[in-house]
Design a protein around this ligand. Structure first.
Ligand SMILES: [Cu+2]
Length: 183
């Protein structure tokens, strides 16, 4: 990135549509940044990132998760159910490395986020994805699907936690589920 000289800059969001059943956002100015003073020396970036394992050859099980919603968009589901913190929706044994297919059966964008562990995204709408590391959130396209490989291998994750769409109004309207990792 080229260094910005002194002056006033607008930080803008892009305009964005989350799909025919979703929301349409105009671009807005989020902030105005005033740059003043002399140049500083940039921090050196590392030459190489830490190595991470490609999990594609290590899958021990598979499952499919479906995101859906009512026509009015007021109730949202994972596998046909709204969130209930007292229910365990998915059980996994520690050590499993699972490939999850997350399907979006609705006409608006959702994303998949899981607590406690990261995952490797391997496919988006059937298109293989380049492996360049792990992430903890991924967009699930309208009427589309993504495949991720989730390592449930770190003993510190034993216990109950959640996975959900990370659009806050969606998780509030039910699009969240529980998972228990057992020793
Ligand atoms: Cu959502």
């Amino acid at each position: 990135m080229q260094a910005a000289g002194p002056g006033t800059y607008a930080l803008r969001t892009a305009q964005f549509s989350t799909g025919p059943q979703g929301n349409h956002y105009a671009g807005v100015v989020l902030a105005t940044v005033r740059v003043a003073g002399g140049a500083v020396t940039p921090i050196a970036l590392p030459e190489q990132l830490l190595p991470v394992a490609d999990l594609r050859g290590a899958v021990t099980g598979r499952r499919t998760i479906v995101f859906s919603e009512t026509d009015d968009g007021d109730t949202l589901f994972i596998d046909g159910r709204t969130f209930d913190p007292n229910r365990i929706d998915t059980r996994v044994a520690l050590g499993a490395i699972e490939e999850w297919t997350i399907r979006n059966a609705s006409g608006e964008l959702h994303d998949f986020h899981i607590h406690q562990t990261h995952f490797q995204v391997t496919e988006v709408n059937g298109v293989p994805q380049r492996f360049d590391g792990y992430q903890d959130i991924v967009n699930v396209p309208v009427h589309g699907a993504v495949k991720v490989i989730i390592p449930f291998t770190d003993p510190v994750i034993v216990g109950r936690f959640v996975y959900h769409c990370h659009l806050l109004s969606h998780e509030d309207k039910g699009m969240m589920a529980t998972i228990e990792v057992t020793p």
